[in-house]
Each structure stands twice: as structure tokens, then as C-alpha cells.
Design a protein around this ligand. Sequence first.
Ligand code: SAM
Length: 293
Amino acid sequence: MNRPPSGERFTADWLALREALDARSRSHCLTGLAATWLAARPGQHGVVDLGCGSGSNLAFLAPRLPGPQHWRLVDHDTGLLALARQRGARLRDGAGRRITLEGRCRDLAPVDDGLLAGADLVVASALLDLVSRRWARALVAACAERRQALLVTLSVDGDWAFLDAAGERLEDEEDAAVRDLFQAHQRRDKGLGTALGGEAPMVLADAMREAGYRVETAATPWHLVVGDPAGGALAEALVDGWHAAALVQSPSQADRLADWRERRLAGLAAGKLGVMVGHRDLLALPSPSGSGD
Ligand SMILES: C[S@@+](CC[C@H](N)C(=O)[O-])C[C@H]1O[C@@H](n2cnc3c(N)ncnc32)[C@H](O)[C@@H]1O
């Protein structure tokens, strides 16, 4: 996650702020491959959205996947889950039929039948950096046991940078120092054990391959170019989030971090800076049964 939650919770405002950029950044190719895989399966398609938040992933995927679809939305935040359910009630699948859904307000651990039973496709968006290696391995084992496909999108890879007016990455010592602190903060326990942070996409891809899955990944960075009308509030929120995480990580550097924040917010306000945030999408498909796995 790029922006630290308030407490370890995420706000609906923050999720709304990022939704359009998420949709623009995601791999449409991997979405299409997931749709093709689902379409080849008979009957109703079960989809589980882990850490569904206010339903951005659901809203993006439902119309792009074949139906009929039944969604299980899982989140430990009652308010966000209620928003996701409200949105889901209005959504239709790729053929224009209403989807059906159920909500589960619960923790993502343990990875058990209550999370995964009945699903063909397990999806998660903007979640993976929060999980531990142990939880990721439990998810892989559980999906493999059930021969479920996995589409995990917009997982941060830990990298971010400011861009100049030409869209080139700015190399800056203070940015690098804040980024190091932010990455250390990302690895703190977010409720599921020591978090993988930016390592998560690679760890999940390796584990899925080891489990015999066909794995496709794609770089899906956010690019907020200078002058992007949709980008101002989001870029400011990112700077605030990176600053807050760095400060938690190193309170003794409060003055230096405040100077950095002011300088970068001023650059954004003056329309001189863009922002890049590294993400990756992953699609893992079980090998066809009878292929000897
Ligand atoms: C960054 S938000 C992403 C929300 C949504 N997937 C999206 O793309 O907008 C992460 C979500 O995971 C949920 N979450 C984090 N840790 C969780 C846990 N241990 N159990 C259940 N939900 C969790 C949060 O409440 C939040 O809604």
C-alpha cells in the first residue's frame, strides 16, 4: 500500500482517490486472460475478493469477466464492506446480467474454507504488501489444493520517484532517504505477520510457480505526469503518506522529514513534479488437470 492507513485502517476517501488511476494502470491483458480462463469453465463463476475495501476491484472486474458470477467479498472493515456490497448490488457481468454476492466481515487469516470454498478465481487488489511470507504461502497452498486461479493486482513493489516535466525520474538523495524509511515501514506487521512490502509480488510469483501454476506478471506503475488534472490531490496524499511512514520509522529525523515534505509539496503545487509508484499485477492459472502436475 502506498499510503499508510489511519491506524492500520484504510479510509473510503483514500480508496476513492486512487480508484481511477488504479483502473488506468492495471494490466488489461491479464484481466483478459483471466476472463478467457473463466469462460472455459461451465456454470456459475465463483470469485472471492480478499481485502475488498469499498469495492474498486469488484467494480473493475465484474463487467470484464464472463457470467454468471457469484462474488464473496472479504474485509475486516465493516464500513468498507458495506460500501462494496452496495456497489456490487448495481453491477452486471460481461453479458449484462446482475451479479450475486455475499459479504464476509472477517480477518484474512486463517486461509480456510470460509475464505475460499466454492471459488474458481481468487482476486485481491492493493493488498499484497500487507501480508507476510507465511500468509502468502498459506494462500498459495490453499489455492493449489482447490485448483483455483489467482489474480492479484496493483501490488506495490516498494519503488516510487518524482518525475520532471519531461517525465524523467528525478534522482534525489533526500527522496532516496525517505524511500528507504518508507520501505522499512512497509515491512512492519500490518496484522498478518511481518509484512512482505515491496518483495511481495516476487515472493508470490515464485511460490505460485513452485506450486505448478502458469504465472504471468506485468508492471503496472502509477504515472502521474506533471499537469495531470486528476493527480494533484492523490500526489499530495502520497507525499503525506510517505512522510508519515518515514516519521514513524525515524522520529529523530522529524525536522529533516518536514523540510522534505514541504519541498516536495511545493514542487507539486507549482506544477513542476510528477510521481511514479511501482506496482505489479500477477495472474496464476492452474495447469490443466491431467498434465502430470
Ligand atoms: C489498500 S486496501 C485495498 C482495497 C481494495 N482491494 C482496493 O483495491 O481498493 C486494503 C484492504 O484490505 C483490508 N485488510 C487489510 N488487512 C486485512 C486483514 N488482516 N483481514 C481482512 N481485511 C484486511 C483493509 O480493510 C482494506 O479494505
